[in-house]
Design a binder for this molecule. Structure first.
Ligand SMILES: [Fe+2]
Length: 205
């Protein structure tokens, strides 16, 4: 039976015998079982025992999920900022959103480097996060600030636990990421947000 495929190669004499060589048609609607299930590990030659890699992937995926949620909280806060500090908060919230998105990428790629599968779908992240869902409407600025600070602390506590676990397991690459990039970025963002909750007269001391 003749092949229905259209990628027939040209014959050795340089002609194609009237057959199309390559089809420009994109191959649409393809499906297949997943190659690697979430929670399983591939083996990469990085000299780290499987136990350490499994534990790091689990820790990273939870922090990744929380970070995806926090990034979304910042975007929501960016859109719903209001009042006398609207402009500075509007800009600050977007800056923190961008920085959290960078951390999400770094955390996800660390999971992949360890041979795992990183959380990618926000609905998967929603199943793993412990950050409470905000109301769908708009809240007053002080409430939003408290919500953001609480979310940061939730993540920071998990990061500190992760730093201890990865140090114990000698997963120093993950340890460095959590301590150097993630923890310090969170502490910086907490400072910037928390200062907006200090009651301070604007004109008269
Ligand atoms: Fe914007």
């Amino acid at each position: 039976m003749a092949s229905t495929k259209t990628r027939s190669r040209a014959s050795s004499n340089g002609t194609n015998g009237g057959q199309a060589k390559v089809s420009p048609q994109p191959r649409l609607g393809q499906s297949a079982p997943e190659m690697q299930r979430f929670g399983t590990l591939r083996t990469l030659p990085i000299g780290l025992p499987e136990k350490a890699r499994v534990e790091s992937c689990r820790i990273l995926n939870v922090i990744l999920s929380d970070s995806m949620v926090l990034a979304a909280l910042y975007k929501k806060a960016h859109w719903n900022a209001a009042g006398p500090t609207f402009y500075q908060l509007h800009l600050l919230f977007d800056k923190h959103y961008e920085e959290q998105v960078e951390l999400v990428d770094a955390l996800a790629e660390r999971v992949q480097m360890l041979g795992g599968i990183s959380v990618g779908d926000p609905r998967h992240a929603a199943e793993l996060t412990t950050i409470p869902r905000p109301p769908d409407g708009a809240e007053e600025v002080p409430v939003v600030l408290s919500r953001l600070l609480d979310a940061h602390e939730t993540i920071i506590e998990k990061v500190r636990t992760g730093i201890d676990a990865t140090e114990e397991n000698k997963d120093l690459g993950t340890n460095d990421l959590l301590m150097g990039d993630v923890l310090r970025r969170h502490e910086m963002q907490v400072w910037f947000v928390a200062e907006h909750t200090v009651e301070m007269p604007l004109v008269d001391a």
